[in-house]
Ligand binder design. Structure first.
Ligand code: AMP
Ligand code: MN
Ligand code: MN
Ligand code: MN
Length: 284
């Protein structure tokens, strides 16, 4: 399997902050030509058995997946895990702890929004939540769009849900070393998600990558729905420099919100080592 494989190894279902079921995602992925798929719900592996069955029903190959929220250098960084045993106790337990605290955070977010005149945001966001342990900013964003406070979710994030804005509540997620350890300990590969999104300085980014690799991390997303063509080129270079395997995934959340649909990404640049080459024996 080479770089010219329609692999989509990053997306979200109702088990986290997506709007489609794992079955509907699998169907959509297949319709868009995906050959190898992974569902990567935030801090959750609860959809993995369903997703694998749905992938097989559609005639796709499957890699197990998740996207772990990590706090690194005071910022939130996402680490994708691929090809692990979804029933591994340390992983399941670590993810459960990482999810803990989302409920309280959401209450505080709602209080912050109430102070600027937006009432009932917690209850409003809850209507969109598919997994009670996984209330996220995305669900608040959907409520604020529904009620006409903003025209779309990027506007909600800009005005209300990012650092310094009324609905933003800083949160302590997992440690980088723990996230990487949970994934690799369960037989999988850890991958830095959408590296261009963090706004790190070159020094901070170097620290992230070297610490990540020191803990056993081996991959980085190069082609993703949240990278421009230039950013993809830049991180292709980064992958080569550090000897990291490269991943490809849309980060699809919803037909109404996501600008990159499942399986509709550019190919991985040919000189890179695709993550699926190193994970060949994990593909199901
Ligand atoms: P949380 O884990 O609750 O902090 O929510 C993070 C999620 O919010 C991400 O996984 C994205 O789905 C979404 N998100 C973050 N930033 C933005 C943005 N600028 N525009 C739209 N969605 C965003
Ligand atoms: Mn998300
Ligand atoms: Mn992410
Ligand atoms: Mn994601």
């Amino acid at each position: 399997m080479n770089a010219l494989l329609n692999a989509d190894l990053h997306c979200h279902s109702v088990v986290s902050d997506g709007t489609l079921t794992p079955e509907a995602l699998a169907e959509r992925a297949r319709a868009n030509g995906v050959e190898l798929w992974a569902l990567t719900d935030h801090d959750e592996v609860g959809g993995q058995h369903r997703a694998r069955a749905a992938a097989h029903a559609q005639g796709m190959k499957y890699l197990t997946g998740t996207e772990i929220s990590v706090t690194f250098a005071g910022q939130t960084v996402h680490i994708v895990g691929l090809g692990f045993d979804p029933d591994n106790t340390a992983l399941v337990e670590g993810l459960r702890r990482t999810r803990g605290g989302r409920g309280e955070r959401a209450q505080e977010m709602s209080e912050g929004l109430a102070k600027v005149g937006i009432r009932g945001a917690y209850e409003g966001a809850l209507k969109y939540v598919g997994n009670p342990e996984l209330i996220s900013r995305t669900h608040f964003a959907r409520f604020l769009v529904e009620t006409g406070v903003c025209k779309d979710t990027p506007e909600v994030f800009r005005k209300y849900l990012t650092e310094g804005k009324p609905g933003f509540v800083p949160h302590r997620w997992a440690r980088l070393q723990d996230a990487v350890q949970w994934i690799t300990g369960a037989g999988g590969m850890a991958v830095i998600a959408h590296p261009a999104r963090y706004g790190f300085t070159p020094n901070e980014e170097y620290a992230l990558i070297t610490e990540f690799m020191a803990h056993g991390g081996r991959g980085i997303e190069v082609v993703t729905g949240s990278h421009s063509a230039q950013e993809a080129q830049r991180y292709a270079q980064t992958a080569l420099e550090f000897g990291l395997a490269a991943s490809r995934g849309s980060d699809f959340h919803s037909p109404d919100e996501s600008h990159t649909d499942l399986g509709t990404l550019p190919w991985l640049p040919g000189q890179l080592t695709p993550v699926w080459e190193l994970l060949a024996d994990r593909i199901q």
